[in-house]
Ligand binder design. Structure first.
Ligand SMILES: [Zn+2]
Length: 867
């Protein structure tokens, strides 16, 4: 910390010691309960647990005519999600009218028929949505929400009155109550009296998994566009009923920082209008003025891009709002000592968020008309579309259920989707191909037009390449939704075909038993994800199942490898009813056959039709497993497929009786050596030799390599010996070393920053004759992060590998890193004794929205283990 900053901090510290004042605006209405009168302490003295936060909001809602409280959902742990609408009595009395008028602004096509945009802009107040605590352990912001709500409900001064007259304020005091509660329970149970300000004190060292994430350890600030979590789904629903003009997401960063507000840093998504930067600056100036007055240091613009649409700032921005992230120095307990010697208290932190919240409201009042005009313009210019691309075309494909899930996700975000009512031929460009072609799309294909108000968000979510100029990525660099869902997708310059029908909900996927009841067997093709659910349920109900490892034909239809066979003679009579019911429930077609003879390929009684095992599944959890990586598997098994599993603490692996389980999954994590010693590795090996299956993902897979645990012969690229490298590789390395010798510090930092694969889409080739590849296309698009590649192996079987023609297909990758990815393994299967070790070099369940890869993992769990 330099001298200037120390100098700056001193007067601030003194001032705060005297008066960390929340309510500088003047007189208050004594009828409105103060936080202290309800909670029993001043804001910042200790952490407010969720029940008390709720209780305070309930009490406020009982105070007169300025506030309305709405419960909009529930968390996985059954805590209510709530918002307060705060405004003048006059505004509250016509709240519903304000809401519906505002929504007219978001669709220019209805404006002529109803009120004109100008009329509306002149008559409704601004809507400002303040969202606190999306990261549960960034703990000051819900405290600030209490103080802000009190100020707005109780203030009788002119400034507060002006805000209320001009703005409908929506306060979400805690977007992530489960994470908040996880943090607060821990913090309140460990904080000493008086609080220990040393950063290494236990009360500042939150244990695994931390309170940042929700129940399933998901980062809700990455989930806005993908809506995999219940909290997000509920929030987007109420958000879209209101479509605010400003949205602020309150966070915390490291406790040695200052305060951050917008404008954001590049890259900006190219679909966003230029006004985004202008408004970042307007609000930045408003906040700066308030912070200057209180002499609180801050910074703007260096971090936080406006590129990935999944954040609480970018998603609202793609929905016409000024969406912003504010960050307070924090991530600390009740009080902590900073590098500069200053004590940062919870009260200071909450106060700063209070100050920025009020400043944001006052800036809105000042620029209200212009803000609403730009909001209205956003939707009008949205109608202009996206250059030459007039639409995205997605045929329902081999798994219409997945396509339906995809469509439903678009509809939930206000993106209009049309369904073709007849087969149509269109000039198109297939995603990641190089040449246009004319394709015929079947009836019921989906068409998303770029001539719609919501075209910007549609583009950001659907386009094959996220349009970006710079290369700073705060998060992943590619996410094209049809690709993540494993769907075939096309762009077209043709407009929406006439006769296509706009749909308001995703069409249900029909399931059926074709030709039943069967005399001999039922055949369940493996292409649809629903087949996994049906098969698991049948196993669960005690039925005996097999699966074909080769293709065959019967009923004049081809059945791919992976097709599940349920023999009537091996099951009791309930099979018929169970299959009937499950096929309807999960939208799959099951075929009844009356003979074991096929028309082509293997017979149903072939040795190549193997028994399917109902395995007990264990998943490692707790440190060193990354909580998010365990969490997404937890959510995948429990929510998506409803397959039970046992979570085992990593450090318990050495003592657990593995014979209770058939499959053990090791998610990505840190240093597995710290909990899995060589005796435990030997134990794992013996268990695999007896028939167990270990599935390692990312770092969990790399731990199973030869140079790490030695459980398999898999080789990491970095383990390549000098003599194993090609001449070209050696030359590239030499050139790199020469370059480094003369680089400036700045150049070195830039190289380090760019030498990265931040989350990028690559092409992979799948061996569809191996069980892990059953039901999967032979070319897929996979998500790759920064991990060390796994070399192809002659002793293990490579089931999927990154393609030879290298390079990423979408997103950013340092060219040299992309080259090194070519022809390395994506998925490998090592056979050891009677068992298997399966390695996935990359994440196959990324944040649960990369649904196209789920089957690879489920195959490893359901089909690979041998009976
Ligand atoms: Zn945060």
């Amino acid at each position: 910390m330099n001298k200037l900053l120390v100098f700056l901090f001193l007067p601030v510290a003194i001032m705060l010691a005297q008066k960390s004042d929340f309510y500088p605006l003047g007189s208050v209405n004594a009828v409105v309960p103060t936080p202290k009168s309800v909670l029993g302490y001043e804001i910042g003295d200790r952490f407010t647990d969720y029940r008390n936060l709720e209780r305070y909001m309930e009490k406020l809602a009982g105070s007169p005519d300025r506030v309305k409280r709405v419960i909009y959902g529930e968390t996985y742990e059954h805590r209510p999600l709530q918002v307060l609408f705060i405004s003048s009595a006059a505004n509250l009395a016509r709240l519903e009218e304000i809401r519906t008028q505002n929504l007219i602004l978001t669709d220019p096509r209805v404006q002529k028929a109803k009120s004109s945009a100008d009329q509306i802009v002149g008559t409704i107040p601004a809507i400002v949505w303040l969202s606190y605590g999306v990261h549960g352990n960034e703990s000051s912001s819900p405290e600030a929400a209490i103080a802000t709500a009190y100020q707005l409900c109780a203030g009788t001064d002119q400034r507060t009155q002006t805000i209320l007259d001009n703005v409908v304020i929506v306060i979400d005091p805690s977007q992530n109550p489960d994470g908040r509660e996880r943090y607060v329970r821990w913090a309140n149970s460990t904080t000493t009296v008086p609080p220990n300000v040393r950063p290494d004190a236990y009360e500042h060292r939150e244990p695994w998994p931390g309170g940042r994430t929700n129940h399933y350890f998901f980062d809700l600030n990455r989930d806005w566009a993908w809506q995999t979590q219940q909290e997000t789904q509920a929030r987007i629903k109420i958000y879209r009923e209101w479509m605010p003009h400003v949205h602020v997401d309150f966070h915390e960063m490291g406790f040695n920082s200052t305060y951050f507000f917008f404008p954001a840093a590049p890259p900006f998504h190219q679909a966003l209008p230029p006004e985004v930067m202008k408004w970042g600056e307007i609000y930045g100036r408003g906040n700066a003025e308030a912070f200057d007055k209180l002499r609180i240091p801050y910074f703007v613009g260096e971090v936080f891009d406006m590129f990935h649409p999944g954040y609480g700032d970018s998603w609202p921005t793609f929905n016409g709002a000024v969406g912003m992230t504010y960050e307070e120095a924090g991530g600390a307990g009740v009080a902590i000592k900073r590098l500069n010697g200053q004590i940062l208290s919870l009260r200071d932190r909450a106060r700063n968020h209070f100050v920025s919240g009020i400043a944001t409201l006052e800036t809105t009042v000042k620029h209200k008309k212009e803000r609403l005009q730009d909001f209205s313009k956003f939707w009008q210019t949205g109608m202009d579309g996206a250059g030459r691309t007039r639409g995205y075309v997605i045929p329902p494909g081999a798994d219409p259920g997945r396509a339906t899930g995809f469509v439903s996700l678009l509809l939930k975000q206000g993106i209009e989707v049309h369904e073709l009512q007849e087969a149509i031929s269109l000039e198109v460009l297939r995603y990641y191909s190089k040449r246009n072609s004319r394709e015929t799309f079947p009836k019921r294909s989906y068409f998303v037009s770029t001539q719609q108000p919501q075209s910007r968000l549609a583009r950001a979510i659907l386009e094959p390449h996220a349009a970006v100029k710079d290369t700073f990525f705060y998060d992943v660099s590619a996410w094209s939704l049809p690709i993540a869902y494993g769907l075939d997708a096309y762009t077209t310059e043709s407009p929406l075909p006439p006769g296509a029908k706009r749909i308001s909900e995703a069409p249900p996927v029909s399931g059926a038993v074709v030709g039943g009841p069967a005399q001999f067997a039922y055949l369940l093709p493996w292409e649809r994800d629903g087949a996994i659910r049906v098969a698991w349920n049948l196993l669960q109900q005690g039925h005996t199942l097999h699966y074909a490892t080769r293709r065959f034909e019967v009923l004049r239809r081809g059945f791919g490898a992976g097709t599940v066979v349920a023999f009537v003679g091996q099951n009791n009579d309930s099979l018929h009813a169970d299959i009937q019911q499950l096929s309807l429930l999960h939208g799959v077609e099951v075929y009844a056959v009356n003979t074991g003879l096929t028309e082509k390929g293997i017979s149903l009684g072939s040795n190549r039709v193997r028994p399917m095992k109902k395995n007990s599944i264990a998943i490692l959890t707790d440190s060193p497993v990354f909580s998010s990586d365990f969490g997404q598997l937890w959510s995948l098994f429990e929510q998506e497929f409803k397959i039970p599993f046992t979570a085992i603490r990593s450090s318990d692996l050495k003592s657990v009786d593995l014979d209770e389980y058939g499959v053990l999954i090791i998610p990505s994590g840190g240093d597995f050596r710290s909990v899995i010693d060589s005796a435990t590795v030997d134990k794992l090996r013996r268990w695999v030799q007896q028939g167990g299956t270990v599935v390692g993902i990312e770092e969990g897979a790399r731990f199973l390599a030869k140079s790490k645990s030695g459980l398999t012969t898999a080789m990491l690229q970095t383990d390549k010996k000098e003599e194993e490298k090609s001449k070209e590789e050696k030359e590239r390395e030499k050139a790199r070393k020469e370059l480094v010798k003369r680089q400036t510090l700045f150049e070195k930092q830039e190289t380090q920053r760019l030498d990265d694969i931040p989350g990028t889409i690559f092409r992979a080739i799948v061996d569809t004759t191996h069980p892990i590849g059953f039901g999967v296309p032979n070319e897929i698009f996979v998500f790759k992060g920064n991990g060390t590649p796994l070399e192809l192996s002659e002793t293990g079987h490579t089931v999927a590998r990154f393609s030879r023609d290298t390079t990423e297909v979408s997103g950013y990758a340092f060219p040299e890193r992309a080259r090194r990815t070519a022809e390395t393994a994506y998925a490998q299967d090592f056979r050891i004794g009677r068992g298997h070790v399966v390695l996935f070099a990359e994440d196959v369940a990324f944040r649960m929205f990369w649904k196209g890869l789920n089957k690879l993992l489920m195959n490893a769990v359901l089909l690979v283990p041998e009976p």
